[in-house]
Design a protein around this ligand. Sequence first.
Ligand SMILES: [Zn+2]
Length: 169
Amino acid sequence: MNDLDHDQLKSLTRQRTRLVWQTAQLGGSLSDEDARLVQAMREHSEYADLWDHLDELSDEQIERDGTNPVAHVTIHATIEAQIADGEPKETGETVEALMRQGLSRHEAIHRVGIVLTEEIFHILKDKRPFDKAGFVRQIKQLAESGAPRTATHFGKAPRPRRRAKGKFR
Ligand SMILES: [Zn+2]
């Protein structure tokens, strides 16, 4: 990831996210990618007070229950893009399979989002490309193992998984 350090990247992301949000509020036109981000922001009313002030707030003021809302909606938007583009096609298939097992669409996206969050963590930490085959294998397991009923969330500051097998199954 080029020469930007983590804090610079974070503040740019927050500023950009706020601008995309405000552009949408003013009825401005957005790219497909930004429109998906705004859609995800609208689907999280619990964060509604944040979006206009993202780049004025501290990390502590932004975080909710250990979740970073910006990371959370970004993961939502990424998964929506995978579904819209059919790339990988297993993302949409998995969301549909989980919905057939009784999850809401939002919650089904959370299940896939947990896997994607871990994958992104490894891309950044190990400086390796997206492991599509590994990602597809893991999300297929989500659907095959049956969806647990408890709600999940993602978007925490990513940490390596500590033998937490079964937690999200
Ligand atoms: Zn969500």
